[in-house]
Design a binder for this molecule. Structure first.
Ligand SMILES: [Zn+2]
Length: 398
């Protein structure tokens, strides 16, 4: 009996130790290459090889397409509808019991991962840090999380106060700084932070080795952020070709949230209306923004050297549906499917400063892999049919 246990244990351990060979009829590497009938070899947490002529296969994905796990550069991973059905962003002054808030955040993380997103940047809330660290411990299923912790939103802050906030975020373990440089589109989107303020934020962040993601809607706020050397522009609903060219010239990443954010608001209007910042007038302004956003997105695609990344602004109601945004960008926006997929994998990783370890299928990269039923290059809707999810070499969905 004892020897039988020994044999079983040996089998278990050798199975764990053996590299895993995962084959698919189509493998997209996240950098624009399509390999046919290839296999990705995973050892432990890492990809070790791409085998174009696999002899032995452990997991055959049959008609699915294998690609890197998606990366959403703009989410609010803790934002949820609370027990009364109302929008709850999970801010520090929330009256919600912390345990409830935490479990909703964990549910969002699970949905996001099952939806094929293996890394998110959350822009941001205090709960993000607890959730990020809990997932990183390896038991709770969820995407890798990068977080801004507490965004900067108060334009009355002096440059000294802004620098101090950046320093405090860096000390508390933020992965990125988030700043609101303009109003919400629901209140007109006008500029809030001055050039001096933006210089202080982005200058201090650079000193501390942090990127800065800037919420900015109009020409003034976008121009100030780009001139201050910030990393990415989020939204940009009211900008023109001039600002798109400026971003391209400075290598500023552009994350236009084109569809999911608005559609989710409209679908869940009653859950948002009456909560802080959500009025009928605000909803009317968002309805008007939709065609405008599409126009900016299409101009952005045509702008030479502009790096357009995938971000959804996922909040309550949209977690797990992230890849619907990419489908819209292809179907309505006319983006090339391969370019869209790259924008959510290798380019998104590059924009987050982690492009050397996630976002591509290549040796030494984290084994963050998903498979979708069908061929997303022919039918982008395939991205909504996630049939396999692996993060860091561990299978979460099969
Ligand atoms: Zn946001």
């Amino acid at each position: 009996m004892r020897s039988l246990y020994a044999v079983l244990l040996f089998c278990v351990f050798s199975a764990l130790a053996d590299p895993l060979v995962i084959r698919a009829p189509r493998v997209l590497d996240g950098r624009g290459h399509l390999l046919r009938n290839a296999a990705v070899v995973v050892d432990g947490t890492k990809i070790v090889a791409i085998d174009e002529h696999p002899k032995h296969v452990d997991i055959d994905l049959h008609d699915a397409t294998l690609m890197p796990g998606a990366i959403d550069t703009h989410t609010h991973i803790g934002w949820h509808f609370d027990t009364s059905g109302k929008s709850a962003p999970g801010e520090a002054d929330s009256k919600e019991p912390p345990a409830e808030m935490a479990l909703y955040a964990a549910e969002n993380a699970y949905r996001t991962l099952m939806g094929g997103v293996t890394t998110v940047q959350s822009l941001g809330a205090p709960i993000d840090k607890t959730l990020r660290d809990a997932i990183a411990r390896g038991t709770l299923p969820g995407p890798r999380i990068l977080t801004a912790l507490e965004p900067i939103a108060d334009e009355k802050m002096t440059v000294e106060q802004l620098r101090a906030h950046v320093d405090r975020m860096a000390d508390e373990g933020a992965d990125v700084i988030k700043v609101f440089a303009s109003q919400s589109i629901r209140t007109g989107g006008g500029p809030t932070m001055s050039q001096e303020q933006m210089d202080a934020i982005c200058g201090e962040a650079k000193k501390r080795g942090l990127r800065v993601a800037v919420h900015a809607h109009g020409p003034e706020s976008v121009t100030r952020a780009v001139r201050a050397g910030c990393t990415s522009i989020e939204h940009g609903v009211l900008i023109s070709q001039t600002e798109l060219d400026l971003m391209a010239e400075h290598g500023t990443y552009f994350d236009p949230n084109t569809d999911l954010i608005f559609r989710n608001y409209f679908e869940n209007k009653s859950h948002f209306l009456g909560t802080d910042g959500y009025t009928e007038e605000g909803f009317a302004a968002m309805e008007k923004a939709v065609p405008r956003v599409l126009d900016v997105f299409q101009k952005a695609l045509r702008t030479k050297n502009l790096k357009v990344v995938f971000g959804t602004d996922a909040l309550a109601g949209s977690h797990g549906r992230n890849l619907q945004e990419l489908a819209y960008r292809v179907r309505k926006g006319g983006q090339d499917p391969m370019a869209a997929i790259n924008s959510a994998t290798s380019l998104a990783a590059e924009s987050l400063g982690i492009g050397d370890r996630v976002g591509s299928i290549a040796p030494n990269y984290e084994a963050d892999l998903i498979a979708v039923a069908g061929d997303p290059l022919r039918d982008i809707g395939a991205l909504e049919r996630v049939v396999f999810v692996m993060k860091g070499g561990r299978i979460y969905k099969r």
